[in-house]
Every structure is written in structure tokens, then in C-alpha cells.
Unconditional design. Structure first.
Length: 133
């Protein structure tokens, strides 16, 4: 029981640390904006690719937790995170071109995904650097 309780406390501390990261806060904002903006897209789009995009943003949030808690697999989690954010960014561009999202919303999402990618690439570089020391 004591070991299990200590593991739970360690996990809670890791979560709290992850929630303080800029990449976590901005990924959470991405999830929130996708949900908010999804209200105004057609049902055909909303329950198709847009829904997948929203689910992927939630997975990206999980990956921040996982990467923050695992030095051994951090780069692997960050790589998956980068792929997800790049995919979301691609679909935002397509939705903008097809006028499924208005210009302001598409611009907000594009700037946010660009910032997230900068965070992720920087985190990846620093993780690779620290693992080679």
C-alpha cells in the first residue's frame, strides 16, 4: 500500500509539473479552441475530419504528460506530438481554403500550431542534448 501510494504521489507531481509547461497550456488552448470553433462548422465536417482533429489534440495533451514523465521515451512522445500538431495544422489550412473556418479562426489556430511546433522542436533538441551528456 505504501509503495502504491508513493507512486500515485509521484504521478500527481509529474502532472502538476506538466500543467505548468507552456506547451501544455497552449495544447490545452488548442483543444479548447477546436471545440469552440467546431460549433460553427457544418455537421458533415464536424463529425468527420474535424472530430478527428479534436481527438488528436486531446492525444497531444496526453503526450505532453507522457513526455514530461519519461526521460527514456521523451523523444518518442515528442515526435508523435509533432506529427499530430503538423496534421492539425495541415487540416486547419485546408479548412481555411475551403472556407469551413473563417479567416480569423484559421489564423488563430495556425499561429497557435506554429508556436506549439516551435516549443516541441525546442524540447526535442534539448532532450536529445541532455540524453547525450
Amino acid at each position: 500500500d505504501v509503495i502504491f501510494s508513493e507512486l500515485i504521489n509521484i504521478n500527481k507531481k509529474r502532472r502538476m509539473l506538466a500543467e505548468g509547461l507552456g506547451i501544455y497550456k497552449d495544447t490545452r488552448l488548442l483543444c479548447k479552441l477546436l471545440l469552440e470553433y467546431g460549433r460553427n462548422v457544418s455537421k458533415v465536417v464536424r463529425f468527420g475530419i474535424y472530430e478527428r482533429m479534436t481527438e488528436k489534440s486531446a492525444r497531444a495533451l496526453d503526450l505532453v504528460y507522457l513526455a514530461n514523465g519519461s526521460m527514456a521515451r521523451r523523444v518518442e512522445y515528442i515526435d508523435e506530438y509533432i506529427m499530430i500538431i503538423r496534421e492539425i495544422r495541415t487540416f486547419v489550412g485546408i479548412f481555411d481554403e475551403l472556407a469551413y473556418l473563417d479567416v480569423r479562426k484559421a489564423t488563430n489556430l495556425t499561429k497557435l500550431t506554429d508556436r506549439l511546433l516551435q516549443f516541441a522542436y525546442g524540447w526535442r533538441r534539448s532532450s536529445l542534448g541532455s540524453s547525450q551528456r
